[in-house]
Design a protein around this ligand. Sequence first.
Ligand SMILES: [Zn+2]
Length: 203
Amino acid sequence: MTTHTSLPPHSRPLPRRRSWRASLVGAFLITVLAAVAWIAVRPDGTGGILPSAISEPQGTEGTGDGNLPDSGVTVDDTHLNAVARLDPELLEAVRQATETAADEGIEVRITSGWRSADYQQQLLDQAISTYGTSGARKLVQTPDRSRHVTGDAVDIGPTDAALWMLHRGPDFGLCQVYANEIWHYELLVEPGGTCPPLQPNAS
Ligand SMILES: [Zn+2]
């Protein structure tokens, strides 16, 4: 008789296959417990306990939602979503206009470009609290109708640049759209074309 076969059965190591299964069951139980704990601690059923740092930034200057500083940015600030998510043809038209304006001593800045739908709604909500619903709608478009949300509109500043764009924008296909917004431009015609009649406001 060998030493091996003389060992009592309970002292032999568990078969490898069984050990692997035990690990799998353990991992499964841990996953289930984690899921239960996750559901149990969610305060409102929407946000959960994930730190806000891993969700998309909201209302942070120049980041995810398209918010920009009042002084604006330039066409070269393509690291910002507000610029990077503009329609490429619109961005190119603004770039050419910016270069021509610079030659004439005017600095063109983008004070607003692409906006997330959430950010557009924030702007609308803020305007409603200040001007009331009908007043706000003359100034701020709804997210589903906003050309900023689709990346097809830019707001230009400061005032001298907006006034320059009012007269020279059509040379680059850039048109004022709303009579009450000298800063808002969209690419609506071929360069040198005739812009469509102004709408009184955004409502
Ligand atoms: Zn605008």
